[in-house]
Write a protein that binds this ligand. Sequence first.
Ligand code: AMP
Ligand code: MG
Length: 360
Amino acid sequence: MKKNCIFFKKSGIMYTWVNMMSAKMIKITSKTEYDKLNEAANLLAKGELVAFPTETVYGLGGNALMEDTVKRIYAAKGRPSDNPLIVHIAEKEDVYPLVKEVTPAAQKILENLWPGPVTFILEKSDLVPDAVTAGGKTVAVRMPEHEIARELIRRSGVPVAAPSANLSGRPSPTKASHVAEDLGEKIACIVDGGSCRVGLESTVIDLTSEPPRILRPGGVTQEMLSALLGEVEGYAPKDEDENAPKSPGMKYKHYAPKAYMMVFDGGNCRNNILKMVEANFGKRIVVLTAGETEDYPCETINCGETAEIYSQNLFDILRQADEQGAEVILAELPFEKGGIATALRNRIYKSAGGNVMLCG
Ligand code: AMP
Ligand code: MG
């Protein structure tokens, strides 16, 4: 970690030395620059924390085989220790040492959907430290599609445990600048590979259940998974039940901007949004629109006309609204369930902490 400045901090009546560390930024814009990844790969191999881009969101990576490093991932994010991490690999065959058995369903996913934004859960092997799986018997594994992610993992020579590289509870990072904002002082290095293509976290599918069950909707849709595997149980909010969460991460507050946020679910939301704007007169209000729409009498940010574009933009725009000092965020959500919209709806409902108005 680079020590870029040392200064005095007043604590009580004592002045103490504080080391301000900041992450080294490595920007990669083309394959010809991949050798720049060696430094980040070496840091990963020896147990330092390195954030890197994937097609879903930026990950906060650490050597998955080093228990202490894995514990530092939880600490840096402020992530509850009962919320297990996804292990990222560079090659399909790297899954074998991590699990007891690659089941036929897993084989189909790795042949047809990897590399890609889908994570599967299988019984873990003894190689995987308990800290990765939060003490559980299963492990989540993904081979990302993003070339920089795979090249970095390949060069590190180790499997990489990586949750999203945000502080727990904050919107997930889809640009290197988001990572720097949340974790820049806590980690060794950030690899900047530009914006993430999908913008929402991977689909998580539990292959230890019969039929396989989606624990988190994402970039690989239920439709794609059932076409490949036959019957697949769709994502159900009951998985967020605090008393019996199948996917521990889903019970926590997530993706939230600092502002109060409300989602207007359905195509006919304009009048309801206008009423809310009126009710919040005097406050700094930002309306998130789904495309170029009629004017609202307040600031607006266009998230995009399709569910794909809205998904790519959502987390970035929530951070933008916070930066602009928004006190109230009102979001149009005219997309029905199905495809990526299922994941978008899940994330935006959570961002708003369940403040939703159904608008038909
Ligand atoms: P994130 O690290 O932010 O992408 O979140 C990873 C998600 O995968 C969280 O919702 C975790 O609870 C879930 N997850 C990871 N490993 C497992 C596992 N072994 N069993 C069930 N859910 C898991
Ligand atoms: Mg996360």
